[in-house]
Design a protein. Structure first.
Length: 317
């Protein structure tokens, strides 16, 4: 793979990020709009796969991969990363819930978090799967954190609390203001520079995504060892993540049983991480099925409950 290919793809990625910024301008993202853009990013990934098939010799003149093999490897890696990235969405929900991020600022917070994740994942891909494997033990710590979070979310009467490492580091390095200041990461208060909660939020988002990458990047390296295809699959999976989150948010605002479903999913993801690499490892397709069935059950139960409450209210009138 030539440097020109990577530079061109980096510029292409910047263009896609600009499009994503444009489509979330104003900060208000409806469920319908999020669903449409989720479909757009999904179809765009397959359009990119078509260009790999047609112009692979241009992408990688000296590659050992054939056009067909490269295309299949990208599609497989993209679908794998997309499936695994569903886990991230529920963690994002907890982060926004804890830090009480205003809805109009959530697109900007996700944007910066995803950009940070893109940069960090590119570095991790350059490092390679072998080195990442040496830090496999980190998954167990993160798994324990997710299980604990899920249990706390199920038991909580008030607000769930998550205080990850990035927040503690930022608070040690500089003071943090109490209020958001739009999309600003820092402001001047009393003649000194202080961080805003937005800086903490986007740092935590990027950190959590990289923690998930400790699982997903080695997984995609098992599909293909071609760094460009690994990078491209991650880019397309992450670019569509913001729209998918707002689909989830739109559902959470409408359905009352998604909180217990979220608690169950947190525990399930933690257990899945513990089992990675063992003989009881949960296949990705099973994991995705469990997530979809859980969400569907929560949605259906919420609709039935709301209908019952509405009918009961009418009877009382």
């Amino acid at each position: 793979m030539t440097p020109v290919t990577y530079i061109s793809f980096a510029l292409f990625t910047l263009m896609l990020v600009a499009i994503d910024i444009w489509q979330t301008r104003g900060g208000n993202v409806s469920l319908k709009k999020a669903a449409i853009w989720s479909l757009f990013w999904f179809l765009l990934a397959f359009l990119f796969a078509a260009t790999l098939y047609l112009f692979w010799d241009v992408y990688a003149p000296n590659s050992d991969y054939s056009a067909q093999k490269a295309t299949i490897a990208f599609i497989t890696g993209y679908l794998l990363e997309k499936s695994l990235s569903v886990d991230n969405l529920f963690v994002f929900a907890i982060i926004f819930h804890q830090y009480m991020v205003p809805e109009q600022l959530r697109p900007r917070a996700l944007l910066w978090g995803v950009i940070g994740a893109l940069v960090l994942r590119a570095i991790m891909i350059a490092v390679g799967a072998q080195l990442l494997a040496q830090y496999h033990w980190v998954l167990y710590l993160f798994a324990a954190f997710l299980i604990w979070t899920g249990i706390q979310l199920a038991r909580e009467q008030g607000e769930s609390q998550v205080n990850p490492l990035p927040e503690r580091l930022i608070r040690r390095l500089m003071p943090v203001s109490q209020q958001f200041a739009g999309g600003a990461l820092s402001v001047v208060e009393g003649g000194r520079r202080v961080a805003t909660p937005m800086l903490i939020v986007i740092t935590v988002i990027a950190f959590m995504d990289v923690m998930f990458a400790l699982d997903s990047i080695p997984a995609i390296f098992a599909v293909t060892r071609e760094p460009f295809l690994v990078l491209a699959a991650n880019v397309f999976a992450l670019l569509g993540l913001r729209s998918l989150y707002f689909v989830l948010q739109g559902m959470m605002d409408k359905f009352i049983y998604l909180k217990p479903a979220l608690a169950f999913i947190m525990v399930f993801i933690g257990i899945k991480m513990i089992l990675v690499g063992s003989e009881w490892e949960i296949p990705t397709i099973w994991s995705l099925t469990v997530l979809l069935v859980t969400m569907a059950a929560a949605v259906i139960a919420s609709v039935v409950k709301k209908r019952t409450l509405t009918e009961h209210a009418k009877v009382l009138e």
